[in-house]
Design a protein. Structure first.
Length: 354
């Protein structure tokens, strides 16, 4: 029988021992990739259903999240078909042993409620809750409300270690002006349930939240000369480089000159801000990174037209993309539908400001 379906008294004992400091051993591990420290017979999928049965609003948010779809996401599955290795399974199906193909239940679960909230045999959260009839206790772990709770899954090396991490979001956060704020403060905002009662959102939405993506940078355009439009871009309300996470995410900066009817008459070659990779023997190696840095320092982007455009209105935009066009085709992604315009504007003819 799963942990959450046992008598609450067992959890109450664990709660009292931990909350009163009676336990002298090391704190339980924070959430992270497989292998998890699970007791024999622990059924992650069944216990997760118990979570969903009581915490219905939070469960609905989680079911729509990429955490839940960590394995079933089509982009991941395409990548996994190319590199079906334990390294990938450990993060994308953390409730199964990574050394072999995970069972269907663990694949459907993805990163579940239990992955973050069941540690060392206890149900954990940022605040302690005493057991009562029909409800389990919650053991307080103050780290659950900090960025440390996210770090083991969002900061890791390549399978073949190199100077740059495969994902370095936690390091970026520590280098940002928002380092004192937790990841949860942005990615799990408080939602009001009823007067005096709220919970943190569990949809972890980024790609589907255009407003949040647009708030992640500032953009200012000017004319450098008759041929060149310059954009000054900086990470803004974001506690890491932009974009972060998957190493193929990028920004494409575009500009076009239009006539009086709005018809495009000239286009500048786009400029891409992203991580750059080469090959060293069989390994992928980062050779450059011109994303917007976590520090908030501005990055200048020059968009160069072949012909003079000072007499034309120039319309510009900054577009967030998960993949470049070539990779999008290989992964079966409609690149035009997948991209998000995160900043845009226009320069009037002859003007140096939008």
């Amino acid at each position: 029988m799963g942990l959450l379906r046992r008598a609450p008294l067992l959890l109450l004992v664990a709660f009292v021992a931990t909350a009163t400091g009676a336990r002298g051993d090391a704190p339980p591990p924070l959430p992270g990739p497989a292998p998890q420290q699970r007791a024999p017979g622990f059924d992650a999928a069944a216990d997760n259903r118990a979570c969903e049965g009581c915490h219905t609003a939070i469960a609905a948010e989680w079911r729509g999240s990429l955490h839940h779809r960590a394995w079933d996401d089509p982009v991941f599955l395409t990548a996994y078909s190319i590199e079906p290795i334990a390294f990938c399974r450990g993060c994308h199906v953390p409730e199964a042993e990574p050394d072999s193909m995970p069972p269907a239940g663990a694949r459907r679960l993805g990163v579940g409620c239990v992955t973050c909230h069941v540690q060392d045999g206890h149900v954990t959260g940022s605040h302690a809750v005493a057991a009562r009839v029909g409800a389990h206790a919650v053991v307080a772990d103050a780290r659950a409300a900090t960025s440390a709770a996210c770090e083991r899954c969002h900061q890791f090396a390549f399978p073949e270690p190199q100077r740059a991490p495969m994902q370095g979001t936690a390091d970026e956060h520590r280098a940002s002006p928002h380092a004192a704020e937790s990841c949860e403060s942005c990615h799990m905002p408080l939602l009001q349930d009823q007067p005096g009662r709220a919970h943190r959102s569990h949809d972890f939405r980024v790609l589907g939240d255009t407003a949040r993506l647009r708030s992640a940078l500032t953009a200012r355009a000017s004319r450098a000369d008759d041929h060149v439009v310059t954009l000054s871009l900086a990470a803004a309300r974001v506690g890491h480089a932009f974009p972060t996470g998957d190493m193929f995410r990028r920004l494409e900066v575009r500009a076009r000159a239009v006539d009086a009817t709005g018809t495009t008459v000239a286009t500048a070659p786009p400029v891409v801000l992203a991580r750059r990779f080469g090959r060293n023997r069989a390994a992928r190696v980062q050779i450059g990174d011109d994303r917007l840095p976590a520090s908030g320092a501005a990055r200048e982007v020059a968009l160069v037209f072949a012909d003079p455009v000072s007499a034309r209105e120039v319309r510009w935009e900054v577009v967030y993309q998960r993949l470049d066009a070539t990779m999008a085709r290989a992964f079966g992604v409609d690149a035009s539908a997948d991209e998000v315009v995160v900043a845009e504007g226009a320069l009037r003819p002859g003007k140096s400001r939008p």
